[in-house]
Design a protein around this ligand. Structure first.
Ligand code: BGC
Length: 351
């Protein structure tokens, strides 16, 4: 595993970049700031390696602010309604950083902290272990939360992310990775021609602030039906209240697997390059987000401008606003328990 200095934060904390390589030449680069996956080189049909995630080449661009590109998101990925929740009869108030709601862990979430890194490679794979202690009360959340995230790159062309956490007080946890994928590679302008399958019969419709209503709605007969492969762009502009709220797809899908054990959640195929990405997860949900809020104001690696729909996110997760939705799978973590989830991004090529 290659390690290099990547600059330092405004308060002087050094940041490193680690590059994991597998026997096929596939590479993943991760920085200790935000645990951000900055670059992911995967082979196309003709074997050509290209970057399939949106990212920047320098720390300054990440420090300036960006919509969670490639970052580890926590303590609570996705939204919590009205920026508050009650646990054990105590109300916890969070920063309202997305309209009235809390989004992605707060003002300084796990995407903006420096993680302790260790090379944890073994005979099977290069592995980067990242650790962070989120103090009791940080961003309004209760309990000292000790978090470990391990990125592994296997010789089967899988980028595997194992998340674990323990707490010393009852709390809520929902960790994910927020990579924007474009399997067409670094010069493909958008993801509308990507073909997507989502192994989900239902999704969680939202209100206009993108908080789930609590309903689990069948995808049948809606633009949210990706049970058979469909182009991302085929129905994205249809007149549909839910697509209107999101400005496109920005919704949590209820995975048919139900979560708990590693199962196929999504498959994406980019016809021109032939790249295929399968997403497997132990989580019960996945947020499919089509980069609707990317507005061309950020320029990344190689002068690439991040415009609307230039990447898509498949954020494996528990459902948004679970702390306020007792009927959703629970995101509570208690002392003595271990939070443990795994997501695998598996790459291959097809005709
Ligand atoms: C959310 C979007 C948000 C994006 C970047 C996604 O997970 O669902 O609504 O704009 O993250 O912050």
């Amino acid at each position: 595993m290659n390690k290099q200095a990547f600059g330092s934060t405004a308060d002087g904390q050094p940041v490193d970049i680690y590059t994991l390589t597998n026997k096929n030449g596939m590479q993943a680069s991760v920085i200790t700031y935000g645990g951000i996956l900055t670059r992911l080189q995967t082979p196309g049909r003709a074997g050509q390696l290209d970057d399939v995630v949106l990212g920047f080449d320098d720390l300054a661009s990440y420090l300036k602010g960006h919509p969670y590109m490639g970052a580890i998101v926590g303590r609570y990925g996705n939204r919590i309604g009205n920026a508050r929740f009650t646990l054990d009869g105590i109300e916890y108030k969070l920063a309202a950083n997305n309209g009235p709601n809390a989004l992605h862990g707060g003002l300084k979430g796990f995407d903006k902290v420096v993680w302790q890194a260790r090379d944890a490679s073994d005979a099977q794979a290069e592995r980067l272990e990242l650790r962070y202690l989120s103090k009791d009360g940080e961003e309004g959340y209760p309990g000292n939360l000790s978090v470990t995230v391990v990125y592994s790159l296997t010789d089967q062309n899988e980028l595997r992310i194992d998340y674990s956490a323990t707490t010393d007080k009852d709390t809520v946890v929902n960790l994910t990775n927020h990579s924007y994928f474009n399997l067409g590679g670094s010069s493909e302008p958008d993801i509308l021609g990507h073909e997507l399958t989502l192994y989900a019969d239902r999704f969680t419709p939202v209100d206009k602030t993108l908080i789930p209503t609590g309903e689990l709605r069948s995808v049948e007969g809606t633009p949210f039906d990706f049970r058979k492969p469909a182009l991302v762009g085929a129905r994205i502009n249809q007149k549909d209240e839910q697509l209107g709220f999101g400005g496109g797809y920005d919704h949590n899908f209820v995975l048919s697997s139900g979560g708990g054990s590693l199962a196929l959640a999504a498959r994406v195929r980019e016809p021109k390059s032939g790249r295929v990405m399968e997403v497997l997860t132990t989580e019960p949900g996945i947020q499919f987000y089509t980069g609707n809020f990317l507005d061309g104001s950020l320029t990344g690696r190689g002068g690439r401008v991040f415009t609307k729909r230039s990447g898509l996110c498949l954020e494996t997760q528990h459902f948004p606003d679970s702390p306020n939705k007792p009927a959703f799978p629970s995101t509570e973590l208690k002392p003595g328990q271990k939070y443990q989830t795994t997501t695998v991004y598996r790459f291959s090529v097809s005709d």
